[in-house]
Design a protein around this ligand. Structure first.
Ligand code: ZN
Length: 323
């Protein structure tokens, strides 16, 4: 067992199509804070949006690459099919009313693992998500807007669900290298958790032998990042992964965290991201997400980049209750 293991999920990144619709849904309807507006560092003519709690705490973060012309993807085997978000048990009624009002495609709440109430829903691109009502949400922070008060706010990522042709090797990677423990099992779902095992630390592996393969595109999840406390811990995990034969990238500076990437045995892209430096590294906490931020190496091209990016209006909800 490594001395430095992950504390759970750092962020989840999905693919969207229309950037404005993406902001309207996550910052508007769901009331998450837009904590960073930047570009895709690997494709600087397109946006990269970050949503999360008030400060973008690791574990609260959902990010999107909105490609205006992206084709619709399809959930299937070899993918993270579902991203789940934590809410308080007392918020279920609030969210059902809100989803009805905004014509969100959702299902009536169901029970899972005795202590979870789950509202499955889809965003406008078909991204499969859930609100999971669980008492553990109490210990996680959120954001508040005019429309979504703090009591009902989304309390970060709850879990992710991987659909896998075969679950064994992924389970072994989670437990033997990344510091997860197998904690529960129900039907074809094998649950793993890291750290304090609360919201934001949970990975569900769902075995779906014979299911069609997933197709990457709008409405699908691109990758998940797990937390490393610092560069040294990340380097230790990286060394271990390399010794096991995984093809891991060198460390890449993502400005708000440092990352390494590799594909897990089922084909899903995994990232290990450091907690520091965080989202206040290039703008103050009060105004996170309001201005377009670029990495230093792209600043000389700002004029050209801004001209190519579509204009985005931020919903009122972005600016908090006192705006
Ligand atoms: Zn990432």
């Amino acid at each position: 067992m490594l001395s430095n293991t992950t504390a759970g999920i750092h962020h989840v990144t999905g693919i969207a199509s229309d950037p404005q619709r993406n902001v309207d849904f996550y910052a508007g309807v769901l009331g998450m804070r837009m904590i960073k507006r930047t570009v895709n560092f690997d494709d600087p003519t397109t946006y990269h949006f970050y949503f999360g709690d008030a400060r973008g705490t690791p574990g609260s973060i959902l990010t999107f690459f909105p490609w205006p012309d992206a084709r619709r993807g399809r959930q299937g085997a070899g993918q993270i099919a579902v991203a789940s978000f934590a809410i308080l048990p007392s918020s279920v009624g609030f969210w059902i009313e809100r989803f009805i009002r905004y014509h969100v495609d959702f299902s009536q709440p169901t029970s899972r693992f005795d202590d979870e109430r789950v509202i499955a829903f889809k965003d406008p691109d078909g991204f499969m998500a859930e609100l999971v009502a669980h008492p553990g949400a109490e210990s996680r922070s959120g954001w508040q807007t005019h429309a979504v008060p703090a009591d009902h706010s989304i309390r970060g990522v709850y879990s992710i669900t991987l659909w896998q042709e075969s679950c064994d090797l992924t389970g072994k990677l989670l437990t033997e290298t990344l510091g997860f423990e197998a904690v529960r099992e129900q039907a074809s779902i094998f649950r793993y958790a890291a750290g304090d095992r609360g919201p934001g630390t949970i990975v569900d592996l769902r075995c779906v032998p014979g299911l069609w393969p997933g197709v990457m595109g709008a409405g699908t999840i691109h990758h998940v990042a797990f937390r490393a406390p610092d560069d040294a811990a990340q380097a230790e995990i990286r060394t271990e992964l390399v010794s096991l034969g995984f093809n891991v990238t060198p460390q890449i500076d993502r400005d708000y965290f440092h990352s390494v990437y590799f594909r897990e045995p089922g084909g899903v892209l995994f990232e290990i991201a450091t907690d520091p430096p965080g989202f206040t590294v290039d703008e103050p906490l009060e105004s996170l997400g309001q201005a377009l931020k670029l990495p230093q190496w792209l600043e000389p091209r700002r004029f050209e980049i801004e001209a190519l990016l579509p204009n985005i209006q931020t919903p009122m909800e972005l600016h908090g209750p006192n705006a």
